[in-house]
Design a protein around this ligand. Structure first.
Ligand code: NAP
Length: 301
Protein backbone atom coordinates (compact mmCIF):
# COMPACT_ATOMS: atom_id res chain seq x y z
CA UNK A 1 0.00 0.00 0.00
CA UNK A 2 1.27 3.48 -0.88
CA UNK A 3 1.15 6.38 1.55
CA UNK A 4 -0.43 8.59 -1.09
CA UNK A 5 -2.27 7.86 -4.34
CA UNK A 6 -2.18 10.92 -6.56
CA UNK A 7 -4.96 10.72 -9.14
CA UNK A 8 -4.12 12.99 -12.06
CA UNK A 9 -0.68 13.81 -13.44
CA UNK A 10 -1.07 17.48 -14.32
CA UNK A 11 0.81 20.32 -12.64
CA UNK A 12 -1.17 19.96 -9.37
CA UNK A 13 -0.70 16.18 -9.12
CA UNK A 14 2.96 16.21 -10.15
CA UNK A 15 3.77 18.98 -7.67
CA UNK A 16 1.91 17.11 -4.94
CA UNK A 17 3.99 14.02 -5.72
CA UNK A 18 7.26 15.96 -5.55
CA UNK A 19 6.35 17.51 -2.18
CA UNK A 20 5.13 14.21 -0.73
CA UNK A 21 8.27 12.35 -1.81
CA UNK A 22 10.45 15.05 -0.30
CA UNK A 23 8.55 14.48 2.95
CA UNK A 24 9.48 10.79 2.73
CA UNK A 25 6.08 9.38 1.73
CA UNK A 26 5.61 6.68 -0.90
CA UNK A 27 3.62 7.97 -3.87
CA UNK A 28 1.90 6.51 -6.90
CA UNK A 29 0.65 8.90 -9.58
CA UNK A 30 -2.18 7.55 -11.75
CA UNK A 31 -2.68 9.44 -15.01
CA UNK A 32 -5.15 8.50 -17.72
CA UNK A 33 -3.77 10.36 -20.69
CA UNK A 34 -0.72 12.60 -20.83
CA UNK A 35 1.43 13.72 -17.91
CA UNK A 36 1.33 17.50 -17.74
CA UNK A 37 -2.45 17.77 -18.17
CA UNK A 38 -3.96 20.73 -19.99
CA UNK A 39 -0.68 22.61 -20.32
CA UNK A 40 0.60 20.05 -22.80
CA UNK A 41 -1.79 21.78 -25.25
CA UNK A 42 -0.36 25.26 -24.70
CA UNK A 43 2.25 26.10 -27.33
CA UNK A 44 3.80 28.76 -25.12
CA UNK A 45 3.50 29.43 -21.42
CA UNK A 46 4.76 32.90 -20.59
CA UNK A 47 3.32 33.50 -17.13
CA UNK A 48 4.88 30.71 -15.10
CA UNK A 49 7.38 32.28 -12.69
CA UNK A 50 10.99 31.70 -13.66
CA UNK A 51 10.36 31.04 -17.35
CA UNK A 52 10.20 33.83 -19.93
CA UNK A 53 8.61 31.36 -22.33
CA UNK A 54 8.33 27.59 -22.33
CA UNK A 55 6.27 25.12 -24.35
CA UNK A 56 3.53 23.64 -22.15
CA UNK A 57 4.56 20.10 -23.11
CA UNK A 58 8.14 20.79 -22.02
CA UNK A 59 6.99 22.22 -18.72
CA UNK A 60 4.85 19.09 -18.21
CA UNK A 61 7.87 16.88 -18.96
CA UNK A 62 9.95 18.80 -16.46
CA UNK A 63 7.34 18.51 -13.72
CA UNK A 64 7.13 14.75 -14.37
CA UNK A 65 10.91 14.37 -14.40
CA UNK A 66 11.14 16.21 -11.09
CA UNK A 67 8.50 14.02 -9.41
CA UNK A 68 10.13 10.81 -10.71
CA UNK A 69 13.59 11.99 -9.77
CA UNK A 70 12.27 12.31 -6.21
CA UNK A 71 11.06 8.71 -6.41
CA UNK A 72 7.39 8.98 -7.31
CA UNK A 73 6.02 5.95 -9.17
CA UNK A 74 3.73 6.41 -12.14
CA UNK A 75 1.03 4.38 -13.85
CA UNK A 76 -0.79 5.26 -17.09
CA UNK A 77 -4.34 4.06 -16.51
CA UNK A 78 -7.76 5.60 -15.99
CA UNK A 79 -9.10 5.49 -12.45
CA UNK A 80 -12.74 4.46 -12.74
CA UNK A 81 -13.63 4.48 -9.05
CA UNK A 82 -12.24 5.18 -5.61
CA UNK A 83 -13.41 3.49 -2.41
CA UNK A 84 -12.62 4.77 1.05
CA UNK A 85 -12.56 2.51 4.11
CA UNK A 86 -10.90 4.24 7.03
CA UNK A 87 -7.31 5.01 6.13
CA UNK A 88 -7.40 2.86 3.01
CA UNK A 89 -8.30 4.16 -0.40
CA UNK A 90 -8.69 1.63 -3.21
CA UNK A 91 -8.53 2.94 -6.76
CA UNK A 92 -9.95 0.69 -9.49
CA UNK A 93 -8.67 1.27 -13.01
CA UNK A 94 -9.85 0.73 -16.57
CA UNK A 95 -7.24 -1.96 -17.26
CA UNK A 96 -8.51 -3.93 -14.26
CA UNK A 97 -5.84 -2.99 -11.74
CA UNK A 98 -6.43 -1.91 -8.16
CA UNK A 99 -4.09 0.34 -6.22
CA UNK A 100 -4.23 1.16 -2.53
CA UNK A 101 -3.12 4.19 -0.57
CA UNK A 102 -3.54 5.41 3.01
CA UNK A 103 -4.52 8.78 1.56
CA UNK A 104 -5.47 10.05 -1.87
CA UNK A 105 -5.08 13.37 -3.64
CA UNK A 106 -7.55 14.09 -6.43
CA UNK A 107 -5.92 16.30 -9.04
CA UNK A 108 -8.02 15.29 -12.01
CA UNK A 109 -8.24 18.74 -13.57
CA UNK A 110 -10.93 19.63 -16.04
CA UNK A 111 -11.89 18.70 -19.59
CA UNK A 112 -12.90 20.93 -22.51
CA UNK A 113 -16.47 22.21 -22.42
CA UNK A 114 -18.60 21.53 -25.50
CA UNK A 115 -20.86 24.10 -27.19
CA UNK A 116 -23.76 21.68 -26.90
CA UNK A 117 -24.77 21.99 -30.56
CA UNK A 118 -26.60 19.27 -32.44
CA UNK A 119 -24.12 16.82 -34.05
CA UNK A 120 -21.14 18.34 -32.21
CA UNK A 121 -20.07 15.02 -30.71
CA UNK A 122 -20.58 13.16 -33.99
CA UNK A 123 -18.29 15.62 -35.87
CA UNK A 124 -15.41 15.46 -33.38
CA UNK A 125 -12.36 14.59 -35.49
CA UNK A 126 -14.23 15.55 -38.67
CA UNK A 127 -14.12 19.29 -38.22
CA UNK A 128 -14.88 19.78 -34.53
CA UNK A 129 -11.73 20.09 -32.43
CA UNK A 130 -10.97 21.03 -28.84
CA UNK A 131 -7.19 21.38 -29.16
CA UNK A 132 -5.48 23.56 -31.77
CA UNK A 133 -2.02 22.34 -30.81
CA UNK A 134 -3.10 18.73 -31.34
CA UNK A 135 -5.22 19.14 -34.49
CA UNK A 136 -4.30 22.50 -36.04
CA UNK A 137 -1.87 20.99 -38.53
CA UNK A 138 -4.72 19.08 -40.22
CA UNK A 139 -6.24 22.40 -41.30
CA UNK A 140 -3.19 23.95 -42.96
CA UNK A 141 -4.29 26.28 -45.77
CA UNK A 142 -8.00 25.90 -44.83
CA UNK A 143 -10.58 28.26 -43.38
CA UNK A 144 -11.37 27.66 -39.72
CA UNK A 145 -13.12 29.29 -36.76
CA UNK A 146 -12.33 29.46 -33.07
CA UNK A 147 -15.11 29.82 -30.51
CA UNK A 148 -14.37 31.50 -27.19
CA UNK A 149 -12.97 34.65 -25.62
CA UNK A 150 -10.47 33.41 -23.03
CA UNK A 151 -6.73 32.87 -23.28
CA UNK A 152 -7.17 29.42 -24.80
CA UNK A 153 -9.29 30.77 -27.67
CA UNK A 154 -6.89 33.66 -28.27
CA UNK A 155 -3.86 31.38 -28.26
CA UNK A 156 -5.62 28.89 -30.52
CA UNK A 157 -6.53 31.65 -33.00
CA UNK A 158 -2.95 32.90 -32.96
CA UNK A 159 -1.53 29.44 -33.59
CA UNK A 160 -4.03 28.63 -36.35
CA UNK A 161 -3.46 31.97 -38.08
CA UNK A 162 0.11 30.85 -38.73
CA UNK A 163 -0.97 27.97 -40.98
CA UNK A 164 -4.63 28.42 -41.91
CA UNK A 165 -5.89 30.61 -44.74
CA UNK A 166 -8.53 32.35 -42.67
CA UNK A 167 -9.39 32.28 -38.97
CA UNK A 168 -12.70 33.56 -37.64
CA UNK A 169 -12.68 34.30 -33.92
CA UNK A 170 -16.25 34.02 -32.66
CA UNK A 171 -17.04 35.31 -29.19
CA UNK A 172 -20.41 35.71 -27.49
CA UNK A 173 -19.56 39.12 -25.96
CA UNK A 174 -17.75 42.22 -27.25
CA UNK A 175 -14.91 42.10 -24.73
CA UNK A 176 -12.44 39.34 -24.12
CA UNK A 177 -11.63 37.50 -20.93
CA UNK A 178 -8.14 36.69 -22.25
CA UNK A 179 -5.08 38.95 -22.24
CA UNK A 180 -5.32 42.30 -24.06
CA UNK A 181 -1.83 41.74 -25.49
CA UNK A 182 -3.03 38.64 -27.34
CA UNK A 183 -6.14 40.44 -28.60
CA UNK A 184 -3.96 43.23 -30.03
CA UNK A 185 -1.62 40.71 -31.67
CA UNK A 186 -4.60 38.98 -33.30
CA UNK A 187 -6.04 42.27 -34.55
CA UNK A 188 -2.77 42.82 -36.37
CA UNK A 189 -3.09 39.54 -38.28
CA UNK A 190 -4.54 39.99 -41.74
CA UNK A 191 -6.10 36.54 -41.93
CA UNK A 192 -7.93 36.84 -38.58
CA UNK A 193 -11.44 38.27 -38.39
CA UNK A 194 -13.39 38.85 -35.17
CA UNK A 195 -17.12 38.13 -34.91
CA UNK A 196 -18.24 39.60 -31.59
CA UNK A 197 -21.60 39.37 -29.83
CA UNK A 198 -22.00 36.31 -32.00
CA UNK A 199 -23.38 32.84 -31.34
CA UNK A 200 -22.89 29.67 -33.35
CA UNK A 201 -26.33 28.17 -33.91
CA UNK A 202 -25.77 25.28 -36.31
CA UNK A 203 -23.10 22.96 -37.63
CA UNK A 204 -23.31 22.19 -41.35
CA UNK A 205 -22.01 19.26 -43.37
CA UNK A 206 -22.74 15.55 -43.57
CA UNK A 207 -19.65 13.36 -43.08
CA UNK A 208 -17.48 16.31 -42.11
CA UNK A 209 -17.99 19.91 -41.09
CA UNK A 210 -18.40 22.21 -44.09
CA UNK A 211 -19.67 25.35 -42.38
CA UNK A 212 -21.51 26.93 -39.49
CA UNK A 213 -24.42 29.28 -39.00
CA UNK A 214 -23.65 32.25 -36.79
CA UNK A 215 -26.20 34.62 -35.31
CA UNK A 216 -25.05 38.20 -34.79
CA UNK A 217 -27.31 41.14 -33.94
CA UNK A 218 -30.39 39.22 -35.00
CA UNK A 219 -28.88 38.28 -38.38
CA UNK A 220 -27.86 34.77 -39.34
CA UNK A 221 -24.85 34.27 -41.58
CA UNK A 222 -23.15 31.21 -42.96
CA UNK A 223 -19.40 30.73 -42.73
CA UNK A 224 -17.79 28.12 -44.93
CA UNK A 225 -15.18 26.56 -42.74
CA UNK A 226 -13.69 23.10 -42.42
CA UNK A 227 -12.57 23.29 -38.81
CA UNK A 228 -14.22 24.67 -35.69
CA UNK A 229 -11.95 24.88 -32.65
CA UNK A 230 -14.04 25.07 -29.50
CA UNK A 231 -12.17 26.82 -26.67
CA UNK A 232 -14.88 27.85 -24.22
CA UNK A 233 -13.34 26.68 -21.00
CA UNK A 234 -13.38 23.46 -19.10
CA UNK A 235 -15.49 21.44 -16.72
CA UNK A 236 -14.27 19.31 -13.83
CA UNK A 237 -13.43 15.72 -14.48
CA UNK A 238 -14.25 13.82 -11.31
CA UNK A 239 -17.65 12.16 -11.73
CA UNK A 240 -16.12 8.86 -10.65
CA UNK A 241 -15.31 10.32 -7.22
CA UNK A 242 -18.41 12.47 -6.68
CA UNK A 243 -19.72 10.37 -3.77
CA UNK A 244 -16.61 11.20 -1.71
CA UNK A 245 -16.79 14.94 -2.43
CA UNK A 246 -19.03 17.89 -1.87
CA UNK A 247 -19.64 19.59 -5.22
CA UNK A 248 -20.43 23.25 -5.88
CA UNK A 249 -23.21 24.19 -8.37
CA UNK A 250 -20.65 24.16 -11.22
CA UNK A 251 -19.67 20.59 -10.37
CA UNK A 252 -16.28 21.56 -8.90
CA UNK A 253 -15.09 19.94 -5.65
CA UNK A 254 -16.09 22.28 -2.88
CA UNK A 255 -12.82 22.21 -0.94
CA UNK A 256 -11.19 25.32 0.50
CA UNK A 257 -7.66 26.65 0.12
CA UNK A 258 -6.59 23.90 2.57
CA UNK A 259 -7.57 21.33 -0.13
CA UNK A 260 -9.49 19.22 2.42
CA UNK A 261 -12.46 17.18 1.20
CA UNK A 262 -15.30 15.95 3.46
CA UNK A 263 -13.72 12.46 3.36
CA UNK A 264 -10.86 12.14 5.89
CA UNK A 265 -7.61 11.38 4.10
CA UNK A 266 -8.88 12.62 0.72
CA UNK A 267 -7.53 15.91 -0.62
CA UNK A 268 -8.39 17.92 -3.74
CA UNK A 269 -5.91 19.98 -5.75
CA UNK A 270 -5.84 22.03 -8.93
CA UNK A 271 -8.50 22.88 -11.50
CA UNK A 272 -11.03 20.32 -10.22
CA UNK A 273 -11.35 22.31 -6.98
CA UNK A 274 -13.81 25.23 -6.62
CA UNK A 275 -11.68 28.38 -6.84
CA UNK A 276 -11.69 31.82 -8.39
CA UNK A 277 -8.39 31.65 -10.29
CA UNK A 278 -7.51 28.58 -12.35
CA UNK A 279 -3.93 29.02 -13.40
CA UNK A 280 -0.80 26.91 -13.52
CA UNK A 281 0.51 28.81 -10.52
CA UNK A 282 -2.61 28.12 -8.45
CA UNK A 283 -2.56 24.45 -9.53
CA UNK A 284 1.02 23.91 -8.39
CA UNK A 285 0.28 25.83 -5.17
CA UNK A 286 -2.65 23.46 -4.50
CA UNK A 287 -0.36 20.49 -5.18
CA UNK A 288 2.02 21.61 -2.43
CA UNK A 289 -0.80 22.40 0.03
CA UNK A 290 -2.58 19.08 -0.57
CA UNK A 291 0.62 17.04 -0.27
CA UNK A 292 1.61 18.66 3.01
CA UNK A 293 -1.94 18.21 4.36
CA UNK A 294 -1.79 14.54 3.37
CA UNK A 295 1.60 14.17 5.11
CA UNK A 296 0.21 15.73 8.30
CA UNK A 297 -2.78 13.40 8.14
CA UNK A 298 -0.50 10.35 7.68
CA UNK A 299 1.69 11.41 10.60
CA UNK A 300 -1.39 11.72 12.81
CA UNK A 301 -2.60 8.17 12.12
P1 NAP B 1 -11.92 30.78 -19.81
O1 NAP B 1 -10.90 31.79 -19.44
O2 NAP B 1 -12.90 30.33 -18.79
O3 NAP B 1 -12.70 31.37 -21.07
C1 NAP B 1 -13.79 30.69 -21.63
C2 NAP B 1 -14.37 31.57 -22.73
O4 NAP B 1 -15.38 30.84 -23.39
C3 NAP B 1 -14.98 32.86 -22.20
O5 NAP B 1 -14.66 33.92 -23.06
C4 NAP B 1 -16.48 32.56 -22.24
O6 NAP B 1 -17.26 33.68 -22.57
C5 NAP B 1 -16.59 31.59 -23.40
N1 NAP B 1 -17.71 30.66 -23.21
C6 NAP B 1 -18.00 29.90 -22.13
N2 NAP B 1 -19.09 29.14 -22.36
C7 NAP B 1 -19.50 29.44 -23.62
C8 NAP B 1 -20.56 28.99 -24.42
N3 NAP B 1 -21.43 28.07 -24.01
N4 NAP B 1 -20.68 29.51 -25.67
C9 NAP B 1 -19.81 30.44 -26.12
N5 NAP B 1 -18.77 30.90 -25.40
C10 NAP B 1 -18.62 30.41 -24.16
O7 NAP B 1 -11.26 29.42 -20.36
P2 NAP B 1 -9.86 29.16 -21.08
O8 NAP B 1 -9.63 30.14 -22.15
O9 NAP B 1 -9.86 27.71 -21.42
O10 NAP B 1 -8.79 29.37 -19.93
C11 NAP B 1 -8.88 28.64 -18.70
C12 NAP B 1 -7.82 29.17 -17.73
O11 NAP B 1 -6.52 28.80 -18.21
C13 NAP B 1 -7.84 30.69 -17.64
O12 NAP B 1 -7.56 31.08 -16.33
C14 NAP B 1 -6.72 31.11 -18.59
O13 NAP B 1 -6.15 32.36 -18.27
C15 NAP B 1 -5.72 29.97 -18.40
N6 NAP B 1 -4.87 29.80 -19.59
C16 NAP B 1 -3.60 30.23 -19.51
C17 NAP B 1 -2.76 30.11 -20.61
C18 NAP B 1 -1.32 30.55 -20.50
O14 NAP B 1 -0.64 30.61 -21.49
N7 NAP B 1 -0.86 30.86 -19.34
C19 NAP B 1 -3.23 29.54 -21.80
C20 NAP B 1 -4.57 29.13 -21.87
C21 NAP B 1 -5.38 29.27 -20.74
P3 NAP B 1 -17.49 34.87 -21.52
O15 NAP B 1 -16.20 35.63 -21.47
O16 NAP B 1 -18.63 35.61 -22.11
O17 NAP B 1 -17.83 34.20 -20.21
Amino acid sequence: MYDILVIGGGPAGLTAATYARRAGKSVLILEKNAFGGQITWSPKVENFPGFLSIAGAELGDRLLEQAMEQGAEVELDTVTGLQAEGACFTAATEFGGTFQGRTAILATGARPRALGLAREEELVGSGICYCAVCDGAFYKGRDVAVSGGGNSALQDAMLLSESCRKVWLIHRRDSFRGEAKLVEALKARENVEFLLNARITQLLGQEALSGILVEQQGQSRQLEIEGLFVAIGHQPDHEAFASLLKLDPGGYADAGEDCLSPTPGLFVAGDCRAKSVRQLTTAVADGAVAALAACRYLDSL
